[in-house]
Design a protein around this ligand. Structure first.
Ligand code: BES
Ligand code: ZN
Ligand code: ZN
Length: 471
């Protein structure tokens, strides 16, 4: 959907459908007894108004936050699709307590994110074409920015929703190449042979049962050449997580095409950061492979020498994400010497036991921690810190090896033990880990967040880099 801004007033504007924010309090053009403006309620009027065929009142409630605005407009965009109207307009109204441009961005964000639907396999598709924003000023920067961010989030959603045998390691690499080409970024793709030469044995081990080749994708963006600081952001790219020989049971395996969300997210983030020309230095790494079963698969009980030199006992082949990330962390530390390393991905189901679908847990000491949490809360892509205490690190120590991949105390503190395992591989570099295991996938839609892949965390990172860029 393309958003265009028109300064023209309502007096000379004609549309098939006009969206109008309605408040529970205060003066406004369309309030009737039946149209109370309750928050996130939609009110459809078939009778025209000043030449507009239909009106859709979008309830804002009494004192809307920007999140209320985003959510209500997210629902409104779905309603527009239900009505099969591809071209529609929005009559901007001031939102008390918020700058006009911020309120307009929230409306656009709700529409652009809310209209997303995974319809690749739907025979009948309905997509929105243009949205004309009636606004008394210019919004060029805001429209470009909001479009870039929403396109990245929607790309991540698409990649995670797509079939695992379509969104293969090769396909992810080709998407990465396209992003690099469009934005003139340097890209390296380490193929299986190179991973073997380097000795990235954890990554190779996880991929051993699959017919798809493992790859390590690396893209560099330097938006602040004067600064020596570079963030390495690593995303988990398991194209399908069967659990390996510790096969996942029914009820757990069905959504595991989402297990490359971390890789998709870092690609989405660097794409938006580059499009917005942010003044930060960012290198993203996407280790990708499939965790499959087969006669060649790695096995419980294997002890593997990782790229860092540390050995790992595989207690369970289903704790595979931390293994591919561990080799990528060691690679980043050795070859890129970043000022901080961040890992992100769908690492543990336990993340959902802690926060459900609502909050993404983060852990570690990376410099970006506070600005990231602040940014995430400000735009409602919420993250919250968990403590990486020594006890969790001790739990991951090996008996026959340096480390184990599950550690002691069974399922207790699964998310933290995973974070502690990863932290052991960032030997010299400040490190932060972001676990999307609870937030990457939703069983029901909410506001501007669709059912299935959500794109959680992507907006928070982009907002954080935007804030760091302004300093
Ligand atoms: N990809 C899963 C985690 C996951 C589960 C993400 C559900 C999203 C939804 C990960 O590889 C995994 O299997 N983790 C195990 C770890 C356990 C074996 C220590 C888990 O969470 O059960
Ligand atoms: Zn797993
Ligand atoms: Zn996994």
């Amino acid at each position: 959907m393309k958003v265009t801004v028109s300064r023209g007033s309502l007096g000379n504007h004609r549309s098939k459908l006009l969206l109008v924010p309605l408040f529970e309090k205060g003066k406004q053009p369309f309030q009737t007894k039946a149209m109370k403006g309750e928050v996130s309620k939609l009110y459809l009027l078939y009778s025209g108004y000043k030449g507009n065929e239909m009106i859709l009142g979008v309830g804002m409630g009494k004192k809307p936050t920007l999140e209320h605005v985003r959510a209500a407009f997210g629902l409104a965009s779905k309603k527009v699709k239900d009505l099969k109207i591809a071209n529609f307009s929005v009559l901007f109204q001031k939102i008390p307590g918020h700058a006009d441009s911020a309120a307009a961005v929230a409306m656009m964000e709700g529409l652009l994110l809310g209209a997303y639907e995974f319809d690749t396999y739907k025979t009948k598709k309905m997509s929105l074409n243009t949205c004309t924003f009636l606004y008394p000023g210019s919004l060029t920067e805001e429209v470009n920015r909001t479009t870039a961010i929403a396109e990245s989030v929607n790309m991540v959603r698409y990649m995670a929703n797509e079939n695992a045998d379509v969104m293969t390691t090769t396909k992810i690499a080709s998407i990465a190449k396209e992003i690099a080409k469009k934005n003139r970024l340097k890209i390296q793709i380490l193929e299986k042979q190179q991973l073997q030469k380097l000795g990235m044995n954890l990554h190779l081990g996880v991929s051993a049962g699959s017919r798809y080749p493992p790859k390590l994708i690396i893209i560099h963006y330097r938006g602040n050449p004067k600064s020596k600081e570079t963030t390495a952001l690593i995303g988990k790219g398991i194209t399908f997580d069967s659990g390996g020989l510790n096969l996942k049971p029914s009820g757990y395996i069905e959504t595991m095409k989402q297990d490359m969300t971390g890789a998709a997210s870092v690609l989405g983030i660097i794409q938006a950061v580059a499009r917005l020309r942010l003044k930060v230095n960012l290198t993203v790494l996407a280790p990708t492979c499939e965790n499959s079963i087969g006669s060649g698969a790695y096995k419980p009980g294997d002890i593997i020498r990782s790229y860092s030199g540390k050995t790992v006992e595989i207690e369970n082949t289903d704790a595979e994400g931390r293994l591919i990330l561990a080799d990528a962390i060691a690679y980043a530390e050795k070859h890129l010497k970043p000022s901080q390393i961040i890992t992100m991905g769908t690492l543990t189901g336990a993340a959902a036991i802690i926060f459900g679908e609502h909050v993404t847990p983060i852990m570690g000491n990376g410099k970006i921690k506070k600005p990231l949490v602040d940014a995430s809360l400000a735009i409602h892509d919420r993250m919250w810190e968990l403590p990486l205490y020594k006890e969790y690190k001790d739990a991951m120590k090996g008996d026959m090896s340096d480390l184990k991949n599950i550690g002691t105390s069974g399922r207790d503190a699964g998310t933290l033990k995973c974070g502690a395992f990863l932290a052991a591989f960032a030997e010299k570099t400040p490190f932060l880990h972001v676990d999307l295991g609870g937030t990457a996938w939703a069983d029901k839609p909410h506001g501007y967040t669709p059912k299935f892949a959500t794109g959680a965390g992507v907006r928070a990172f982009i907002e954080c880099f935007r804030r760091l860029s302004r300093r």
